[in-house]
Design a protein around this ligand. Sequence first.
Ligand SMILES: Cc1ncc(COP(=O)(O)O)c(C=O)c1O
Length: 410
Amino acid sequence: MAGKTTVLQKETAQDEAGCAYSFAQRMQKTPKSFIREILKVTENPGIISFAGGLPNPELIDVDGIAKAAAEVLRDDGRTALQYSTTEGYLPLRRFIADRYKKRLGLEIAPDEILITNGSQQCLDLIGKVMIDPMDRVAIERPGYLGAIQVFSLYEPVFVPIDLRNDGPDREAFEAAICRESPKLFYCIPNSQNPSGITYSPEQRQACAEILKGHRTIVVEDDAYGELQFSGKAYPPIKKMLPDQTILTGSFSKIFSPGMRMGWVCAPKKIMEQLVIAKQASDLHSNYLSQRIASQYLATNDIDAHIRKIRAAYSRQRDCMINALQEEMPEGITWTCPEGGMFVWVTLPAGLSSMEVFNKALKEQVAVLPGVPFYVDGGGTNTLRLNFSNSSPERISEGVGRLGRVIRSFL
Ligand SMILES: Cc1ncc(COP(=O)(O)O)c(C=O)c1O
């Protein structure tokens, strides 16, 4: 059955002075970002926070980016600070196309790539050009909160697709596609946010076969593809269904999230619409950021940098998994991600992760309750833990405290 549209947060129509504001209907269906709300609580540096989803700041190459910025401003400052094209800086799009070819054997031409303001903007543009109110949008259960939030603006009916350890539940997926004919299937096959699950090659193939012949467009969000710790690159669904897949990517996790650099690759007809929507939204992405990123990529060994990030996150993941094994009482399970930044924890049925969150906060450790990742309710006994932004020492200490909090409920 299709999930209901999430109504988590009603905007108040009246302010304290009694002024009435009539907001658009769509705002009533768009949840406030629960993560941003929680992050406000966890800003205190004394708190060990597994709640957010930040890359490790130690792994941002500040000196390298400063040098690239200085070179761009020195050599071509007036152009780099000028307006530019909506599609984005061509050498950067060529870099992305070449990398797809080299890493994944994927043939994508630079003019099939649009540079966006982070990959989050891709989701907004896709929503804008594809989703009408009440359209069906299939999404993993649990699903990425940022996608739930942005798609909600376009008032779809979400169709949740349960995830197993190696990808979507095949039978449920096929049944949902046949029954609901969703316009989009949004998925994160590499190190999914929030669950950490990576689809196996067989599951990717199975998804593609199920979708073949249907009108559903796959939105394949590959924010974490470069962060598979083994360096292994799984075949993207885009390769199996090139004309039916929109692939999104991001420099946030491998370069710098603050630069807000992402991109979308789409079949020609869809790309034409995305470019119009992008033009209407913001004319083009920050051109200076594009030039700096391009200069950096041309003058630095990005593969060596990515290897460094993978090695560090892999150690942090190991540390979290070891701590969970040592500290968690029986009946608690968790995923062991092959990459990315998150571990997904399932508590015994009936134990509320919101209560665990509140009590853990008193012990100065922050976790993220899983409820907002479910478009149809549920998940009340699940938690997301981020490992990329805490040192191994703080991970061990924080999981120890969390273990004691959970024991106190059992
Ligand atoms: C799965 C996924 N997609 C997209 C994004 C958005 O990233 P950005 O806009 O920084 O590229 C994130 C951010 O954490 C994410 O986890």
